[in-house]
Design a protein around this ligand. Structure first.
Ligand SMILES: *Cc1c(COP(=O)(O)O)cnc(C)c1O
Length: 374
């Protein structure tokens, strides 16, 4: 069945490309590797539940989120299997984590006893991923404190209510060529694991997307995000397949006289007779406002400049060189149109940011249209 496309603006999400990107991460990690896709921030803006549905046949190790509420929302939508919460949780979140059978990352061993008590009171148990800070500095137990934390975790597991399911670290520079540290961080994690005699059956995991390609099986396990969703992981690592396209319709075409001002602040004026197209998308949809007078879009297979300031709901492009454009035509803000392509990373670079922020900033106003079509 063909569902009609929205009238204004939308995001197309290509499930087969997402799956192929997943398989490439998985292949880089090696046969049978532990791979837990990160679906935080609503699946990097594309729809966490839809990402789960698109990838579950690949049998990943589970799903990674950032917050207890994100994990609870997935449970509410019928997602089964392990869900790991990979930012530090506060004690106030423990009851929900237990109720929704979420595994939590622990950075502070003094929380373990309370977590175990909550789990026992609920008649359940909670999985713990012990995070080790090997240089990211934002979360995790410091290496020097790890022996004590591991002892405390063992003690609480023995009391009941806790399961020790993982130990991990997060890489800070795996996407930078010859960048400091992915190896050093991994070595630090591995030697810490050896020193505390990590029980067999506790999964070690160190790789983000870039780490999976840079370190492979040595990283023991992977929590890939951006590569799955079509974001580049550095110029010398393999590019992902594009997954998301952002489209908007032309809602008005105008022929303007030389000198006609445009938009808030009149930051643009027609330099001659020009033709402008107004697109039904703006910063209220997540299009970075900084792309005003700086970005480009594709229309009728051609690149055209964004002119004037981007408004909350609309954006204007100069279509003077492109004949035949009319209201209802589709413009591409990220993605392909004919032979032309605007990649997610090109748009992010023009906006002075990274692919992650573009995706995570896409607002709920844009319908996510998932397709299985090739
Ligand atoms: C977001 C995140 C990841 C995924 O990183 P990518 O660079 O998107 O692959 C992995 N682990 C943790 C702890 C994260 O917060």
């Amino acid at each position: 069945m063909h569902t009609p496309l929205p009238t204004r603006a939308w995001i197309e999400v290509h499930a087969p490309a997402l799956r192929r990107n997943y398989r490439r991460v998985s292949a880089a990690m090696g046969e049978g590797a532990w791979v837990m896709p990160m679906v935080k921030a609503d699946g990097y803006g594309l729809g966490a539940v839809e990402v789960v549905r698109a990838l579950e046949a690949e049998a990943p190790a589970g799903w990674g989120v950032a917050t207890v509420a994100e994990g609870a929302a997935l449970r509410g939508r019928g997602v089964d299997g392990p869900i790991g919460v990979f930012t530090p949780v506060l004690a106030a979140d423990f009851p929900d984590a237990v109720a929704h059978r979420l595994d939590v990352a622990i950075s502070d061993a003094t929380l373990l006893e309370g977590l175990a008590a909550v789990a026992r009171a609920e008649g359940g148990s909670v999985g713990v991923h012990l995070e080790v800070d090997t240089g990211m500095g934002r979360a995790g137990v410091e290496i020097a404190a790890l022996d004590g934390a591991a002892d405390e975790l063992r003690r609480c597991v023995a009391l009941g209510g806790l399961r020790w399911v993982g130990m991990f670290t997060h890489l800070h520079s795996a996407d930078e060529q010859g960048g400091p540290g992915a190896r050093e961080q991994l070595d630090a994690l591995r030697s810490a694991a050896a020193r505390i005699e990590l029980p067999s059956g506790v999964q070690l995991h160190a790789a983000n997307s870039a780490g999976a390609f840079r370190l492979g099986a040595a990283a023991a396990g992977a929590r890939p995000g951006i590569f799955l969703y079509g974001g580049s992981i550095g110029s010398e690592l393999p590019p992902p397949e594009p997954v998301a396209s952002i489209r908007a319709r032309v809602v008005r075409v105008a022929e303007v006289a030389p000198g006609t001002p445009l938009g808030y602040g009149a930051t643009y004026r027609a330099s001659g007779p020009e033709r402008w197209a107004t697109l039904g998308i703006g910063y209220g949809d997540g299009l970075p406002r900084i792309l005003g007078n700086r970005g480009e879009v594709l229309i009728a297979g051609r690149r055209v400049p964004i002119i004037g300031r981007i408004s909350m709901d609309v954006t204007v492009v100069n279509i003077s060189g492109v004949p035949g454009v009319e209201a209802g035509n589709v413009a591409t803000l990220v993605g392909r149109d004919g032979r032309e392509e605007l990649t997610l990373d090109e748009v992010a670079t023009r906006a002075g940011t990274i692919s992650y922020e573009i995706l995570a900033g896409l607002s709920p106003r844009l319908p996510r249209i998932w397709t299985e079509a090739e």
